[in-house]
Ligand binder design. Structure first.
Ligand code: NAI
Length: 270
């Protein structure tokens, strides 16, 4: 169902680790829609993942960058413009990691050094990307920047611990830079609040399978899959969404607006 929605557009796609990654699906769809882009991930993830396979499939160059390093992001944005032959029309921030979640720390027992790492990797990196893009004047007018978030930024999900705080910061940064880049370059900045999705980052969260099923039963349309999320990203990168900015956009099959569903009531009665 390719419609050339991104014909002639140049992008940067972060966070594709393997074929389950949301970013992997976005890269495949962006390629189908006629975009050219560079792929980026942390140097360590490149050794563990399958990004080379994706690069080959989509004819993309890989530019490694630890998203917490301003210096490496500077290299990412300048090299991407060089490789793609001009300014960048779209950027996907699809990066999240919490050492506290990995090590199973509860919200009351967080290691604060790790907490800072979670914030740096999962939220401040979004700020750093736009900081670098602005300094290099790397974004085209009417460009689009998208980050991926989760509803734990608004509601409490006990197992999501410090990632909930990181997502709240991420969404706030989308508003801060959305205003700034909108004024200066007509660039829009949004976050997509995605359903639980079976990926490496998602499955690392305690109780993931249970809350994946819970969300699926709560949502009138069921959970949104990674491929559905990719389609939404394509729309947000395309000219069809020119006037949408500074929003946190729920992409969750109706989950965020449902109080309770018949399936959950039935389950509770068992
Ligand atoms: P994933 O594990 O496939 O992707 C996370 C990516 O972040 C990986 O490619 C990893 O290498 C990269 N990363 C980690 N540290 C980095 C660093 N220092 N520099 C550069 N890249 C780094 O998992 P997924 O689910 O595709 O995650 C993508 C985004 O979607 C994340 O922001 C996540 O929080 C968000 N999200 C995921 C949901 C889920 O249930 N899977 C639900 C809602 C949002």
């Amino acid at each position: 169902m390719a419609n050339n929605l991104l014909a002639g557009k140049r992008g940067i796609i972060s966070g594709a680790l393997d074929e389950n990654s949301i970013a992997w699906h976005v890269a495949q769809r962006a390629h189908e829609e006629g975009a050219t882009f560079t792929l980026t991930n942390a140097p360590i993830a490149m050794r563990m993942g399958k990004i080379n396979e994706l690069a080959e499939k989509t004819g993309s160059e890989i530019i490694p960058a630890d998203a917490t390093s301003v210096e490496e992001l500077e290299n990412l944005f300048s090299k991407s413009q060089e490789v793609l032959g001009g300014k960048i029309d779209f950027v996907l921030h699809s990066i999240g990691m919490s050492p506290n979640i990995r090590k199973g720390r509860s919200y009351g027992e967080l290691n604060y050094d790790w907490f800072q790492k979670s914030l740096d990797v999962s939220a401040l990196s979004f700020h750093k990307m736009m900081h670098v893009a602005e300094k290099q004047d790397a974004l085209s007018e009417w460009g689009s920047v998208v980050g991926l978030s989760y509803i734990a930024a608004q509601r409490t999900y006990p197992f999501y611990t410090d990632m909930a705080d990181a997502k709240a910061v991420l969404e706030s940064i989308a508003r801060g830079y959305g205003y700034r880049l909108g004024k200066s370059k007509k660039v829009r900045v949004n976050t997509i609040s995605q359903s639980p999705t079976k990926t490496t980052a998602g499955s690392g969260i305690g109780g993931f399978d249970s809350f994946f099923d819970f969300a699926d039963k709560m949502s009138p349309l069921g959970n949104a899959l990674a491929g559905d999320c990719a389609n939404y990203c394509i729309f947000l990168f395309s000219d069809l969404s020119r006037m949408i900015t500074m929003q946190n956009l729920y992409h969750d099959g109706g989950y965020s607006m449902t109080g309770i569903s018949e399936e959950i009531i039935e389950q509770m009665g068992k």
